[in-house]
Design a protein around this ligand. Structure first.
Ligand SMILES: [Zn+2]
Length: 147
């Protein structure tokens, strides 16, 4: 698992995580408290979009949660306007998901990772895993990855 690291010089520190994720972030939270820096903890059980969108520029966002949730969270943060330099993500665990191949229509089972690209188990095509879940196929749709 990746290690969380403290990024100095930010106006405010935001920690967004589930229960296990908070434990992962704890070393940095402790440090921020020790340095008496402004921070906010946010549990993902609450609507996160509203909370994120009212944050001011110069805040730094830490996120720690399961890989599958993390992916959605990342997109949300980007929508709100956080750039890659203003966030740090730690993913853990993860459940296996099915990915539907756009070329051969085969199903490949994969564990959610940060890099959502896999090779189709059937035709070896490099697939980019999308957010589109097909309940019909019981799988996420995989598109041809852009190289
Ligand atoms: Zn395929």
């Amino acid at each position: 698992m990746e290690k969380v690291s403290f990024v100095p010089g930010k106006r405010k520190y935001l920690f967004c995580a589930d229960k296990q994720g908070m434990e992962i972030l704890q070393p940095v939270i402790d440090l921020v408290i020790e340095k008496k820096l402004p921070f906010e903890l946010f549990s993902i059980e609450h609507p996160v979009f509203e909370w994120l969108s009212k944050q001011k520029m110069g805040s730094f966002l830490y996120v720690a949660m399961e890989w599958d949730k993390l992916h959605a969270m990342k997109q949300l943060a980007e929508e709100v306007g956080f750039s890659a330099e203003e966030m740090q993500y730690i993913g853990y665990g993860g459940q296996s998901e099915n990915v539907f191949c756009c070329r051969c229509h085969g199903i490949t089972e994969t564990i959610w990772q940060e890099k959502l690209e896999i090779n189709c188990r059937h035709c070896d095509l490099l697939l980019e895993v999308s957010d589109h879940y097909s309940s019909l196929k019981n799988a996420y749709l995989g598109y041809v990855a852009k190289l």
